[in-house]
Design a protein. Structure first.
Length: 513
């Protein structure tokens, strides 16, 4: 019985233990489930807050991008609107000029018709008077008009031939004496009337950076940014140890300008990656093309040369970024146009044609970095392509003397080009030689005995020498001038000729008391 009771007690204990174990496990499971739900709620709340923050940031970025895009679009619209207004203003000026010209022509036609009518009336009256006088002369002289004319011509023939021979000889002598002076006067007058300033120019090839860290951003990961820039612009970027600067290297000045503007925009914007670089290069190219077109139109407007083909106007604008020995070729072309016009006016030639040929004479320099051949050959080819006249084409071809100048316009453009290029200060290469030549000229003239002072004037084309009157007599100054001329011709190289003026002055001073 005791064993049975023990067994029953054991079984009951097992059941009681199992039940208690089940209750404990259920309690523990409920406790863990509650903490997991709390943790899940915290994670969900955190995710919701993060999503809302990210959403706000995305909305802010989108708004900033929209504002920037809108600003760029408004800027582009404003630029186009300004261009349209400028074109309308230019067309309006043209229309006003044409209206004024038409009114002037109509007035001239009316005046001319009136003058022709009056002249016909006077001619009729003169014919009547002449017929009456001839009838009276024939009656008085008992000779017909033909007989009287033959006799008069016979008497005058010998006298007229003699006087004509004397007159021709006199005119030839006067022409020989005055032609050189007249030529110098025309050239001097042309220079004085076109005294534009020149500052020697060098193409900008360095871009300043805000800091040296920008160099790394321009290079980009594994050099992808710098390769994109060089490929799109055709310009080599030289990034060395120079602090806060990048050097641009390219033979084509227009490409170099596009690259410079592109880098400045990228640095200012701060977003530098291949897609942005391509977009910026395209925008800079459009800006440069528009600027070159405006520069060409400005040059055409300033010189008053009209009717030039639009493509030639663009090529003229490209000369803005072209230099020759430091001299800006566009400014040089405008100056040659002005000088050619002044010289043509003095010589009685076609002023408009001379200005046109002067403006286009260096046209080939706009393309000599892209097309093989000299700038003269390129200029002649494009002038013919866009239907320029023979005299303009010939002036372009002959302005450096490669072919003989066969027209007056070609000679004028050749002289005007030499004046603009060779005058002091126009080109960097000639300034030093010019100063040395003036110093050497004064040194030679001052080395002769009896010379007190000497001054080189007129850009070295004239020297005024003051001598000591107690050492040099009036007869000796002629010999001194000839000796100085011989010495200058022997020791000095110079263009044209140099005028030597030797001055000897005596003064007598007394006082009345």
């Amino acid at each position: 019985m005791a064993i049975i009771i023990s067994i029953i007690v054991g079984v009951v204990s097992i059941f009681v233990g199992f039940f208690l174990g089940m209750q404990v496990r259920k309690f523990l499971a409920e406790s863990k489930l509650g903490s997991a739900e709390e943790e899940a709620k915290q994670i969900i709340n955190t995710a919701i807050k993060s999503a809302e923050t990210r959403k706000k940031e995305t909305l802010i970025e989108a708004k900033e991008e929209i504002i920037k895009t809108r600003a760029e679009a408004e800027k582009e619209v404003k630029e186009r609107r300004n261009e349209v207004v400028r074109q309308e203003r230019w067309l309006q000026q043209k229309e006003e000029q044409l209206e004024k010209r038409n009114e002037s022509l109509e007035k001239k036609e009316d005046n001319l018709a009136k003058k022709i009518k009056d002249a016909e009336k006077e001619q009729s009256e003169i014919a009547d008077i002449k017929r009456g006088q001839l009838a009276m002369l024939e009656k008085i002289s008992s000779l017909s008009a033909e007989q009287a004319r033959d006799q008069l011509l016979k008497n005058l023939e010998g006298e007229i031939q003699h006087e004509a021979a004397l007159k021709i000889k006199q005119i030839e002598e006067e022409v020989k004496e005055t032609s050189d002076d007249k030529a110098r006067e025309i050239v001097a007058l042309s220079i004085q009337r076109c005294a534009s300033d020149f500052v020697t120019e060098a193409t900008v090839s360095v871009v300043n950076l805000p800091n040296d860290e920008m160099k790394g951003r321009i290079i980009g990961r594994e050099g992808r940014n710098i390769r994109t820039i060089e490929t799109m612009t055709g310009v080599d970027l030289i990034i060395d140890d120079t602090p806060e600067a990048i050097t641009l290297s390219c033979f084509d000045p227009v490409r170099r300008e596009v690259a410079r503007r592109t880098l400045e925009k990228l640095i200012s914007d701060g977003r530098i990656h291949p897609a942005r670089i391509e977009e910026t290069v395209e925008k800079s190219q459009k800006e440069v093309e528009l600027y070159l077109k405006q520069e060409g139109e400005r040059a055409v407007f300033e010189t008053g040369v009209h009717g030039i083909h639009p493509e030639l106007v663009k090529l003229i604008g490209r000369l803005r970024y072209r230099t020759s020995y430091g001299q800006n070729v566009l400014n040089h072309s405008v100056e040659v146009s002005f000088i050619s016009g002044v010289m043509a006016a003095e010589l009685g030639a076609d002023v408009t044609l001379a200005k046109r040929a002067g403006l286009l004479h260096d046209l080939g320099k706009a393309l000599d970095h892209e097309i093989e051949g000299s700038h003269i050959q390129i200029g002649v080819e494009y002038a013919k392509r866009y239907k320029e006249g023979y005299e303009v084409v010939h002036a372009i071809e002959a302005h450096h003397g490669e072919v003989e100048a066969k027209t007056v316009i070609a000679c004028i453009v050749q002289a005007a080009d030499a004046i603009s290029a060779a005058r002091p200060g126009a080109r960097r290469e000639n300034v030093e030689n010019y100063i040395k030549r003036l110093e050497r000229l004064e040194e030679i003239t001052s080395s002769f005995a009896g010379v007190e002072k000497s001054f080189a004037i007129q850009a070295g084309r004239e020297v005024r020498i003051i001598v000591k009157p107690d050492m040099i007599s009036d007869d000796e100054i002629t010999i001194l001038a000839r000796d100085i001329v011989n010495q200058i011709e022997k020791e000095l190289e110079y263009p044209g000729q140099i005028k030597i003026n030797v001055i000897r002055e005596n003064r007598a001073i007394d006082y009345a008391k």
